[in-house]
Design a protein around this ligand. Structure first.
Ligand code: SUG
Length: 430
């Protein structure tokens, strides 16, 4: 059974505003000059790699930014350029939030349970409310509209709106599925954090996770708490310290609050369960977070599994040494490492796994996905040309008050929708 990778196309407004407390890369790069065109091309190159590995590849679209309805809702009035300029003069940090291209990290778009796990035999997608961070809380309506369009065939799919914002939900970044194979029923692991007075917020709440499991009509799932030390070290999502695919769990020893309970249960319930663990004595949480080694895409490919890693994992000597041992060990199915440069996204704390939402689908369900969201080599070529022509080269913090940049970003997105043949009205935009 194939696994569709739905990558977020990096939006034309990609910038560094340091909006995510607890995301160490994003806060360290606050105020830097971004390169949206390079960022989008780096993301495309990763999609091309995955396509070349023979996996179905698709995309989710950047949202309309700057989000002027947010600013208007907060009392800024007038024509669009005036709204932008007056808001920027009064509260530039607020305007930065309205510009955020954070929808690119589609691991936070939704949580997906494949048909094999659900009592009704359909694929369930629950859009994440992303309630903890204001710049991300604005994403869900546009994400819901896209997923409803892409997965509108109700014989195969159920797209759920977000759980109420009282309980933060950050989607697939805190969800893992372990199963003998993609098509077989699996055990879904929902990882949550607890706010116990640490420096950084826990963004995934246990009640939100439980609600998603309930709505998806799962019979085999478990909730597991993130270790506080992991959150404090910068693991603002579980996918910064753990990744699963099929029966394999690759994780840092300090990722979970009760590691033994989780591992025992998976060993009992998942036939062929295979744990690849990085001991803290060999690899610190700090190295794991700065290299984003666990934010790799772990993919089932011809003859076993492959990891798509960010360049930062290769340049960290202890991480690379550990990875070499993983690929040489016949006890696990990982045989290939693919390294790609995703520096622009990485500098905002988004690695290869953050950039994609996985949807495991049978052939009939894959054929029922709106094909405009799927990509082949020709589609990738077309997008590459489009990005070269329309995406801004750079964005500096002061540019966020400039109506010309607003026009450029809007025109870029319009060109993208045109190229894909998607009318704004289909996404509920007028
Ligand atoms: O939510 N960064 C994102 C990164 C998301 C990574 N996703 C996963 N781990 N799956 C976040 O913290 C930074 C934007 C800024 O600061 O401008 C940001 O939102």
């Amino acid at each position: 059974m194939p696994e569709l990778q739905l990558d977020g196309l990096v939006g034309p407004s990609h910038n560094y505003a340091g909006l995510s407390l607890g995301n160490l890369a994003a806060t360290a790069n606050a105020g830097a000059v971004s390169a949206p065109r390079t960022a989008a091309l780096q993301g495309l190159a990763k999609m091309r790699l995955v396509c070349g590995l023979g996996l179905p590849q698709g995309l989710l679209l950047p949202h309309d930014r700057p989000n002027l309805s947010l600013l208007r809702g907060l009392g800024f009035a007038g024509a669009d350029p005036e709204v932008l300029k007056t808001a920027f003069a009064e509260d530039p940090a607020l305007v930065a939030l309205a510009w955020s291209a954070s929808a690119m990290w589609t691991a936070n778009a939704a949580t997906v349970s494949p048909a094999a796990d659900s009592a009704d035999g359909r694929t369930h997608l629950s859009v994440a409310n992303l309630a903890t961070m204001p710049h991300r809380a604005q994403e869900w309506p546009a994400t819901l509209a896209q997923l409803r369009l892409a997965f509108q065939d109700t014989r195969h799919f159920v797209v759920h709106p977000p759980v109420p914002p009282s309980f933060g939900d950050e989607g697939a970044a805190n969800h893992m599925r372990l199963a003998p194979s993609h098509g077989a029923p699996g055990v879904e692991v929902f990882v949550y954090g607890e706010n116990r007075g640490g420096r950084f917020p826990a963004r995934q709440h246990a009640r939100a996770s439980a609600a998603v499991a309930r709505r998806h009509r799962l019979s085999r799932f478990l909730l597991a708490a993130q270790a506080d030390v992991a959150i404090e070290a910068g693991a603002f999502h579980n996918d910064v310290v753990a990744v699963a695919n099929g029966p394999v769990l690759m994780a840092h020893e300090q990722a979970f609050a009760d590691r033994n309970r989780l591992i025992d249960r998976l060993a009992r319930e998942v036939p062929g369960f295979c744990l690849i663990e990085a001991p803290a004595s060999e690899l610190s949480l700090e190295d794991a977070v700065s290299s984003y080694l666990f934010n790799a895409c772990l993919l089932s490919v011809e003859g076993g599994m492959a990891l798509v890693l960010p360049r930062e994992a290769e340049t960290n000597a202890s991480v690379w040494r550990w990875l070499q041992r993983v690929v040489q060990d016949p006890a696990n199915p990982i045989h290939t490492l693919h390294v790609r440069d995703l520096r622009e996204s990485m500098r905002n704390g988004g690695g290869p796994a953050c950039l994609r939402l996985r949807v495991q689908l049978g052939e009939a369900a894959l054929a029922a996905v709106d094909q405009r969201f799927l990509l082949d080599e020709a589609g990738l070529d077309k997008l590459e040309r489009l990005i070269e022509a329309w995406w801004p080269k750079t964005i500096a913090p002061a540019d966020l008050g400039n109506p010309d940049l607003m026009d450029q970003c809007r025109a870029a997105r319009t060109a993208l929708l045109d190229a894909l043949g998607i009318a704004p009205a289909e996404l509920g935009e007028v």
